[in-house]
Design a binder for this molecule. Structure first.
Ligand SMILES: [Zn+2]
Length: 178
């Protein structure tokens, strides 16, 4: 199967999920997500992707791009501050967190090691500014996007089927979701 076909079916599946199954209750297919290797891509099959989506899973890049367009259409500023991170970048943040918070246990509330961070797997975004994040918190579930942590107003993941409610948030990143 060519790469174009793989991406095409991925987008088609996403669109079908978003448009045809608004009341579906199944878990989102983030586990089968397709990280795209070329970090510089700005378009997907002619669909211009939002800035900051390079390296994210295709599903997240498309969902966020649609959400950002709607936010901007409503006059709300919204952008990605941090999306996909390399293992080295996350390791540096993790070391910094331990230094800042004094222990790994304390640091875990705010930053995770590379092998646990959803930023490293391209499945998380940190957005800005606060008004945009608030908009995304109110409207993101239309696209499957949810704020996942009580202590991070900026952190969103693809966590529900588009058009269905977001799962309850957990207090912070140290709480493993099942
Ligand atoms: Zn984050």
């Amino acid at each position: 199967m060519s790469r174009r076909t793989v991406l095409g079916s991925c987008v088609a599946a996403f669109a079908a999920t978003a448009l045809l199954a608004p009341n579906a209750t199944a878990a989102p297919s983030v586990v089968q997500a397709n990280p795209v290797a070329d970090g510089a891509r700005a378009q997907l099959l002619g669909f211009p992707l939002a800035r900051g989506t390079a390296g994210l899973t295709t599903e997240l890049a498309v969902a966020y791009t649609l959400a950002e367009r709607a936010a901007h259409g409503a006059g709300v500023p919204l952008s990605i501050n941090s999306g996909k991170r390399s293992r080295a970048e996350q390791a540096a943040l993790w070391r910094e967190g331990i230094a800042t918070y004094g222990s790994a246990a304390a640091a875990r509330r705010w930053v995770l090691p590379p092998n646990e961070s959803t930023h490293v797997t391209g499945r998380a975004i940190d957005v800005a500014p606060r008004a945009g994040a608030a908009w995304l918190q109110r409207n993101g579930s239309r696209y499957g996007l949810c704020r996942t942590f009580d202590n991070e107003w900026w952190h969103f993941e693809l966590a529900t089927v588009p058009g269905t409610p977001c799962p309850p948030r957990v207090p912070d990143a140290s709480v493993r979701r099942r």
